[in-house]
Design a protein around this ligand. Structure first.
Ligand SMILES: Nc1ncnc2c1ncn2[C@@H]1O[C@H](COP(=O)(O)OP(=O)(O)OP(=O)(O)O)[C@@H](O)[C@H]1O
Length: 256
């Protein structure tokens, strides 16, 4: 087996006396989508926050391509290749769709204040930004101000910004939450498209078991901050302990 692109080792965080994530060790391979499931309060978002650097662990480490990134702040982890979708908070609402993507491409190349490079690379950036907009089906909206986009298109733009950063690892925390019935398939199509790139590792926190079942190559289950199941979707979903105690019969019936 090839070395994992992302790994957590004994990752732990305590809030006062409460252990929200408890010694979670897990390795994630390129070319796989892992769904992280578990009941409310299981520690899924906290685990994500520890990986992306929004929270500092009480113990344990995070490795990206074998490098220990535990001491890096969130912004440096992003530059190192961890791409996390934050629902709409990463958009510049007053800029156009094209300008948003162009800025994301520039930030990846760390061109921010180097005016000569900004100028000489401008045409290349615009061409690449157009390619990103094409892949997220927003080419027709390139000159629209982001704030004026319908909600579903804003979410597509957010995925486009993430793609512009070309991360090694994509992290989605309930990407379809709050979306209308029409918008959900659009985001799921984008995740399916990202999955085709076998060099990428995708982590997905998702409550909807039908979505998990369709997209996941592997499911891990967190409960009370502890990793309590890990394996292929069918086996994890079918395991009695997960069905009865942790997913709830409603979720299991929905997935059937
Ligand atoms: N900053 C914090 N301070 C104190 N407790 C916290 C903090 N963040 C999370 N927790 C607690 O840690 C536990 C795990 O929360 P978390 O949000 O990670 O669960 P989750 O699995 O993502 O839940 P949900 O599915 O409802 O989003 C909860 O008991 C929560 O109250």
């Amino acid at each position: 087996m090839t070395s994992p692109s992302l790994e957590t080792r004994d990752l732990t965080i305590r809030f006062g006396g409460h252990v929200a994530v408890n010694a979670v060790s897990c390795a994630y391979q390129a070319g796989t989508l892992t769904a992280i499931v578990g009941p409310n309060g299981a520690g899924k978002t906290t685990y994500f926050n520890l990986i992306s650097g929004q929270l500092k662990p009480s113990a344990g480490s995070v490795l990206l391509d074998g490098r220990d990134i535990s001491a890096l702040p969130a912004s440096a982890r992003c530059h190192a290749g961890l791409g996390r979708a934050f629902q709409l908070t990463s958009l510049f609402p007053g800029l156009t769709v094209m300008e948003n993507v162009r800025l994301a491409l520039q930030s990846r190349k760390r061109l921010g204040l180097d005016l000569w490079h900004v100028w000489s690379d401008h045409k290349d950036l615009v061409a690449r930004a157009d390619a990103v907009l094409e892949s997220v089906a927003l080419a027709g909206r390139r000159d629209t101000v982001a704030a004026l986009l319908p909600h579903g298109d804003q979410r597509k733009l957010e995925v486009g910004l993430l793609m512009a950063l070309d991360p090694v690892v994509y992290m989605f925390d309930e990407p379809t939450a709050g979306m209308s019935v029409d918008e959900v398939p659009v985001i799921l199509d984008l995740i399916r498209m990202l999955k085709k790139d076998r060099s990428k590792t995708i982590l997905l926190v998702e409550h909807k078991m039908d979505v998990v079942r369709e997209l996941a190559d592997r499911i891990i289950v967190l409960h009370n901050g502890t990793l309590m199941a890990d394996g292929e979707p069918e086996a994890v979903i079918a395991s009695p302990v997960v069905q009865q105690a942790y997913l709830g019969m409603a979720a299991v019936e929905e997935a059937a």
